[in-house]
Design a protein around this ligand. Sequence first.
Ligand SMILES: [Zn+2]
Length: 275
Amino acid sequence: MQTEATDPLVLVVKRTGDVRIHTFVSSFAAGNIANATHIVETRNQLVLVDAQFLTPYARAFRDYADSLGKPIERLYLSHRHPDHWFGLGAAFSDVTAYALAETMGFIQDHGEASINDHWKLGDLVPDRIVVPKHAVSPGTETIDGVRYVFDLVTDTEIDFQLTIGLPELGVFFAQDLLYSGTHLYLTKHLDRWIRVLRGLLLSDYEVFLPGHGLPADKNEVARNVEYLSAARQAIAGGLADDAFKEFLLQRYPERRCPGIFDIYLPRLFGGASDY
Ligand SMILES: [Zn+2]
């Protein structure tokens, strides 16, 4: 794992009237996995999506949000993988955090253990967990003039994943349903994951914001479908572990952040856990 906070990227993805969408991406370098977190800036306030993984990036994301000069109304956590919520404890403990009830329960019950599992990262992970206190359910809500559509997607990259659509802006926060320009974190649920992405290809959304990598369009969603299909075929053909990794590295040399293989291979082929 890279031990310095190098090269985060910040960009304004879209501007429509009073609304600006911002994306902050941690480093693609070394063992980093280009965690992408986002801000919906409206006239009066900010809504954040995810909190970053390593403490230096969480603080840099917070600094960027604060530089916009508006209060953070709330932060939505997409799912329970630590690279999305460790940053809550590092830089957002004062912020009103929302998550799916399943995600809240997981962090409540297993958050401390997750932090302890990452002891090798030392000061790069926070020394305490923050459990989101507000549950979000599928449905629609208007916040500072922008309509949000919340949805729950089960059994893809994770068991419970929150997605957020802003239909009037054509913006969809896919988070870890989509890995943009990087290798994907694969699970046993490739068929279902592919079906969900095919659904997005038929949606009216145009901008797809991932949990890893740069803001994307439908071409990248389609490339994710292709990647998942190739992985599914390789597994069906008997490839596993290092041979599977080599296959994907050779087939997708342009994709970045190969560090993700070391995180998921023991789970996918060793049965360490489902997600
Ligand atoms: Zn992730």
